[in-house]
Ligand binder design. Structure first.
Ligand code: ATP
Ligand code: F6P
Ligand code: MG
Length: 852
């Protein structure tokens, strides 16, 4: 439904914001992904008309007068990265400090980029480099925009109309509409001399750099009034033009639910703040004149008692009440969001031509789908909180935690976790970094939301096997029993489908006593069979009120769907996930349980491969390890072993033949060492196999891609290669994959599993739900499902860890053969990789180069 809003109400917000100028604007440009540019293979003859055709000599700043067009030797190139649009972003930190060196490097670089078909060039100049501005202008650059710390210049290389976007055109404001159960609105009177002076308005301000809109609204309310809130719904926005510095302005109004009521004003900006009866608020003469504003306020507030019925409103300001100088337009606001999905807004240039404005994702919560509870604090602090049963069930009884009478804990100081304890997601920070995202610390709470007798828990394990499954089952059962006196725990047989298609298994401390010494899962597992309605029907029919779901990324997605359905039905059922997988592909957490054990067990296979290889002439030991989409086990097993000469993972494509290929490397290692060990993750090189074996799109019951056996394929290819070369070679292929994941967990995983299980139990007893328990920076935390499910964890080959592996094995980094051939054609001569660069390809096959 679209509601029109007369701009006069919001013009008041605008005036106050511009007067105070207290908040930063959003950052820009914000290019999405970059690739470092290599110029090592650049043919200097292509720029001879500028620099005299001298051959490029690496390193050493070449200083000569900008008037001299033919330097005595080749200048340095400017360090730059590619943007997604075939453009170039120059690294400001690496600009030569002398004018001569800058001009020659700039000219050389522009010629090179031109020869490579590059288009837009972005040049950021810092205050201490201001002398370079006139030079850049002389070389064809224009001003783009400036911020306190830099001026941005741009240059469009092609002889065609410039497609670079204009400078940022909008500032973004937020308003927090906070209304309490007494239908009082939280209002402030700002210290400003503008037209809205003296008006009680809701708190507003500008969003900070990289801040989510809803977090900004929460922060503004907190800063101005001291009241804590949570985000409920985006209710409105308005768009005006020709505001500050002729920019346009968008203000988003968020409905927030108060978590506290006491007001502490920020007396630098605010004269006064109070809870004001809604009628009085709307009745202010400032608003009365504007019936459309009232309509919006009325519809917003009347909906506040039944937020689930809220639909986002589309606002378009009218001209009345706002300076006639301002022009108006409307923007699209897309709030259609499937479970936990993002809404986004886009803008297009006035001419309708495509622009490159980054699309800003706005995570939105709304009743009826995944609701994100986010609380902001000072200095960019954000708590990504987990749902609680009391969020959707009113008046739940609370009980003292039975642990307080437990002799084991009575001596522990501060045994109960403080409600305000949170754990930061990022612990490497700079002096000026915002505090960033935090998660709720896991552990026992002083109050619980279940009585011991009332609890009827169940446990289910899903997906592939993993060391430690039985330990987690054991510790959930024992934790519930011994810590909370819970006697009724059911095992769901055979994964998700067991909820509706199989019998359940009663689990008691006696039944689970010894199971941690066994691999596998005593309650069975499966893939597929996730039927939301049948599962929640079964939970309801059996009277289950705590569900512990142990599994990998697929399982956690399934758990999120169950949680949503439970909440939709308004059931008092806590849903807790425990992250399992040897693949370690679950994001946010330090690692999943079972991963350590898998890495350790892999050592046995690698050792065997090494012994076999060492004992024969030109022996090769090839070990395949699991890792469908990511190579963590292979990478860590390689780093742990030191016997591995080459590690191949899905994230780092490789090739076999030609210069820099695997065969060349194997031959070299055999000549140097007489033997070698190769570790390959099962998901590596699948694209090479599908070129030969017909590509298969087969999936397992959960929808995971079924893989070809890369180990067998690679063994055969290596054998064929040496046969053709008439060289002696003995290859032994070891596939220990299922043996690895079937073992019981090792000591460290056993401890980890125990803590995860206990944390999950504490969380469910405390009424938290919709969370995965996990270790974040060494601390047990509760993480909302949406955060766990938003992506898959992968080895980042441009991170230090992969570089460490490469330097430990000394293996090549596999710049693709195609690239080498193309480069040869272009240059007529081959050029070795620079020592400090890693080459790889991204998913689209683009060459990526990173410095290590
Ligand atoms: N998007 C999804 N929505 C609902 N259920 C899902 C989803 N993805 C997977 N599941 C269910 O979760 C269960 C486990 O998924 P999957 O087989 O992918 O294993 P996993 O949990 O990822 O573990 P692993 O990868 O370590 O074997 C299956 O029963 C599957 O049907
Ligand atoms: O053969 P299954 O049981 O489907 O499982 C194989 C997959 O399970 C995992 O162990 C975990 O996802 C993967 O590494 C592997 O590809
Ligand atoms: Mg998985």
């Amino acid at each position: 439904m679209a509601t029109l809003l007369n701009g006069s109400l919001y013009s008041g917000f605008y005036d106050c914001q511009s007067f105070l100028k207290k908040k930063h604007r959003t950052s820009w440009p914000n290019m999405c992904s970059f690739q470092r540019l290599s110029m090592a293979k650049f043919d200097w003859s292509s720029i001879s008309h500028r620099v005299g055709g001298n051959l490029f000599t690496k390193k050493g700043i070449n200083v000569f007068s900008p008037k001299i067009t033919v330097p005595s030797f080749a200048p340095e190139f400017l360090d730059a990265i590619e943007d997604e649009y075939n453009g170039v972003i120059i690294d400001p930190e690496s600009l030569p400090s002398s004018a001569n060196a800058f001009v020659s490097a700039l000219r050389a670089s522009l010629s090179y980029w031109k020869s490579k078909g590059k288009k837009g060039v972005w040049l950021k100049i810092l205050p201490e480099q201001a002398d370079l501005v006139p030079i850049a202008i002389q070389e064809g650059f224009s001003y783009h925009h400036a911020e306190r710390g830099y001026v941005m210049l741009t240059h469009w290389i092609p002889c065609e109309p410039c497609m670079l976007p204009d400078s940022p055109s909008h500032q973004i404001g937020v308003g927090g509409f906070v209304i309490n159960d007494k239908r009082e609105v939280l209002v402030v009177k700002e210290k400003c001399p503008c037209s809205c002076s003296g008006v009680w308005k809701f708190p507003t301000g500008y969003i900070n750099k990289s801040e989510e809109i809803f977090s900004a609204a929460i922060r503004e309310v907190k800063e101005e009034t001291g009241v804590d809130t949570i985000f409920q719904q985006m209710v409105a926005f308005r768009h005006v033009h020709l505001v500050a510095f002729e920019n346009s302005d968008i203000l988003f109004v968020c409905m927030l639910e108060p978590l506290s009521s006491e007001i502490t004003i920020d007396d630098k900006e605010i004269q006064d703040a109070k809870w004001m009866p809604l009628d009085e608020f709307v009745g202010q003469s400032f608003y009365v004149d504007d019936h459309m504003s009232r309509k919006v306020i009325d519809s917003t507030t009347s909906s506040s008692s039944s937020i689930s019925s809220l639909k986002s409103r589309f606002l378009e300001p009218s001209v009345s009440g706002i300076s006639s100088l301002r022009k108006f337009s409307s923007v699209k606001f897309n709030t259609s969001s499937s479970s936990g999905s993002n809404s986004s807004f886009n803008s297009s240039s006035p001419s309708g031509s495509p622009t490159r404005f980054p699309t800003k994702s706005v995570l939105m919560g709304s009743a009826g789908n995944l609701k994100q509870k986010t609380v902001s604090g000072p200095a960019g602090y954000v708590l990504e909180d987990v749902p609680h049963l009391s969020d959707y069930i009113p008046d739940l009884p609370i009980y003292p935690n039975p642990l307080q009478d437990n002799p084991a804990y009575s001596v522990v100081k501060q045994y109960f976790v403080h409600e305000d304890d949170t754990v930061p997601q990022k612990i490497v920070v700079h002096k000026t970094s915002p505090r960033g995202i935090h998660f709720r610390r896991a552990g026992p709470r002083q109050k619980v939301y279940f009585e011991s007798d009332e609890v009827h828990a169940c446990i289910v394990t899903c997906g592939g096997l993993c060391p430690g499954l039985n330990t987690v089952i054991r510790e959930i059962v024992c934790g519930l029993y011994h810590m909370y006196g819970v006697k009724r725990v059911l095992g769901i047989d055979g994964g998700y489908r067991g909820f509706y298609a199989k019998n359940t298994v009663p689990l008691t401390p006696k039944v689970v006593n010894d199971i941690h010494k066994r691999g596998g899962t005593i309650i069975g597992t499966s893939r597929g069979g996730h039927d939301k309605s049948k599962i929640v029907d079964s939970i309801q029919d059996r009277g289950i009120n705590q569900v512990f779901i142990i599994g990998g990324d697929g399982t956690q997605k399934g758990a999120s769907v169950i949680f949503e359905e439970v909440r939709k039905r308004g059931l008092k059922v806590a849903v807790a996930g425990i992250p399992k997988t040897i693949d370690n592909d679950i994001p946010v957490i330090d690692k999943s349980f079972g991963f350590d054990s898998a890495v350790e067990e892999a050592q046995r296979a690698i050792n065997a491969a090494h012994v076999e290889a060492e004992s024969m002439e030109n022996g090769i030991g090839l070990v395949k390890l699991m890792g469908r989409y990511c190579g963590f086990i292979a990478m860590y097993a390689t780093l742990a072993s030191r016997d591995v000469d080459c590690c191949l993972i899905p994230e780092s494509p490789f090739y076999l033949e030609g210069t820099g290929g695997l065969f060349e490397y194997i031959e070299k290692r055999l000549k140097e060492n007489g033997h070698m060990v190769i570790v390959i993750a099962e998901g590596a090189g699948q694209e090479l196999l599908s070129e030969i074996i017909h590509s298969t799109t087969q999936q397992d019951a959960s929808g995971n891609k079924l893989l070809q056996d890369v180990g067998l394929w690679l063994s055969q290819r290596i054998k064929d290669y040496f046969k053709q070369r008439k060289m002696v070679m003995n290859l032994k292929y070891i596939d220990p994959t299922y043996m690895i994941r079937a073992i019981p967990s090792n000591a460290s995983d056993n401890v980890y599993c125990t803590l995860l299980a206990q944390s999950a139990v504490h969380g469910a007893m405390a009424g938290y739900t919709g969370f995965t328990v996990g270790l974040v920076n060494g601390r047990q935390t509760y993480i909302p499902f949406y955060r766990i499910n938003e992506k898959q964890n992968k080895v980042v080959i441009t991170d230090r860890m992969w570089a460490r592996l490469l330097s430990s094995t000394n293996q090549p980094s596999f710049l693709s053969a195609k690239d080498v051939v193309e480069d040869k054609k272009e240059e007529g001569t081959s050029c070795p990789l620079l020592d400090d660069q890693i080459f790889s390809e991204d998913v689209s096959g683009n060459k990526k180069i990173s410095h290590v």
